[in-house]
Design a protein. Structure first.
Length: 53
């Protein structure tokens, strides 16, 4: 899988392009990244809760 920035927007939003030989494999890898990001955000929220208590 490879990724690149494509067509940057004037408001600094970046577009991403993911490519690979197997679209299903790209989808699985992107889902794994999304799952990890959600877990990180959950853990950050938990740490913040502990700090604020």
């Amino acid at each position: 899988m490879s990724f690149s920035f494509t067509d940057p927007k004037p408001n600094n939003d970046r577009s991403f392009s993911f490519t690979g030989n197997d679209p299903a494999d790209v989808d699985r890898q992107l889902q794994a990244i999304a799952d990890m990001a959600h877990e990180i955000l959950r853990m950050v929220a938990d740490v913040r809760r502990h700090i604020n208590n």
